[in-house]
Design a protein around this ligand. Structure first.
Ligand code: NDP
Ligand code: MG
Ligand code: MG
Length: 333
């Protein structure tokens, strides 16, 4: 059974007695920096020359310095720049500013798990990863709630790494919702697998294949869009609230019967065998290596895939339809 930690298990004074640097002010960075500050923590934000988010951070009352200055001043350094550039930022600005007993923090384990960043042995290496987008992390904190987090310690130089991670999690509201203890390896591998096989990759491919099947059979794209994409949210909301059971309770018996007999014809033993291969490539580092190569050689294939899908009939149909949906919160219209 997973180990769970709440507000009473975490001592906020630990992080209040440290100096924290948040490097990066994007989705996660702004949420961590603002919420730690509001929790009475001494925070500075580290941003590169020409940063677009610098003005916003300053407007919101934070002190912004360079990443190197932030790392030098602080004894807890949270790296919240995009994963593919973390190693560069670490080499250029953080490494030489680490002192024995400092703590290096991450919001995702990728760079440590695959050895792109190799911290010295005398610092703590910890992770606090909210299980939700940064803007929700901040909003929940402001509303007195929190987004559940997972926390891990890869290297416990001081012997107090986990207490420190829990204290940090409390500072961003995480222990209000619950913090689960994990490892860098488990977090990284399950996160990559989940987004590839199920959440992003699996779901996008399923929606596109269903949509194409209906349209190729002569049905109207607008109808196919509603059936294969729009209604997905309603189904997923029910699963989120009460698992498969609540979803099946809510849909018709006909839909439920179709679920049982057709689902396994779509996601077959062959699909599951492929999932196992995908997982093996995540575990042996093939995926991470390929992604870093793609990123640092100019994102050619990445941009090709992006353009292909932007022009897909599913997407152009959806864009038109969503303009007519006053109840859908979108910024496309
Ligand atoms: P974003 O892309 O939203 O933010 C990136 C930030 O880094 C921006 O403020 C950007 O500045 C800044 N930045 C870019 N280059 C540098 C540099 N050289 N030096 C200093 N700052 C720089 O990142 P995310 O918040 O999405 O991701 C951060 C980490 O959090 C990642 O490890 C990610 O895996 C993890 N994570 C993210 C989640 C999410 O909700 N997005 C969820 C859970 C974990 P500017 O734009 O001003 O140039
Ligand atoms: Mg991820
Ligand atoms: Mg239906």
């Amino acid at each position: 059974m997973a180990e769970l930690f709440y507000d009473d298990d975490a001592d906020l004074s630990i992080i209040q007695n440290r100096k924290v640097a948040v490097i990066g002010y994007g989705s996660q960075g702004h949420a961590h920096a603002l919420s730690l500050r509001d929790s009475g923590v001494d925070v500075r934000v580290g941003l590169h020359e020409g940063s677009k988010s610098k003005a916003k951070a300053e407007e919101q009352g934070l002190r912004v310095v360079t990443p190197a200055e932030a790392a030098a001043e602080a004894d807890v350094i949270m790296i919240l720049v995009p994963d593919p550039i973390q190693a560069k930022v670490y080499e250029e600005s953080v490494k030489d500013n680490l002192k024995a007993g400092d703590a290096l923090f991450f919001g995702h384990g990728l760079n440590i798990r695959y050895g792109f960043i190799k911290p010295p042995a005398d610092v703590d290496v910890c992770m606090v990863a909210p299980k939700g987008p940064g803007h929700l992390v901040r909003r929940q904190y402001e509303e007195g709630r929190g987004v559940p987090c997972i926390a891990a310690v890869e290297q416990d130089a001081t012997g107090k790494g986990f207490e420190l991670a829990l204290s940090y999690a409390k500072g961003i509201g995480g222990t209000r919702a619950g913090v689960i203890k994990t490892t860098f390896t488990e977090e990284t591998e399950t996160d990559l697998f989940g987004e590839q096989a199920v959440l992003c990759g699996g779901t996008s491919a399923l929606v596109k294949a269903g949509f194409e099947t209906l349209v190729e059979a002569g049905y109207q794209p607008e109808i196919a869009y509603f059936e294969c994409l729009h209604e997905l949210k309603l189904i997923v909301d029910l699963m989120y609230e009460g698992g498969l059971e609540k979803m099946r309770w809510s849909v018709s018996e006909t839909a439920e019967w179709g679920d049982y007999v057709t689902g396994p014809r779509i996601i077959t033993d062959a699909t599951k065998a492929e999932m196992k291969k995908v997982l093996a490539e995540i575990q042996d580092g093939t995926f991470a290596r390929n992604w870093m190569d793609e990123y640092h050689s100019g994102l050619k294939k990445y941009n090709e895939y992006k353009t292909q899908d932007e022009n897909h009939l599913l997407e152009t149909t959806g864009k038109q339809l969503r303009k007519l949906m006053s109840w859908v919160d979108n910024d496309e219209a």
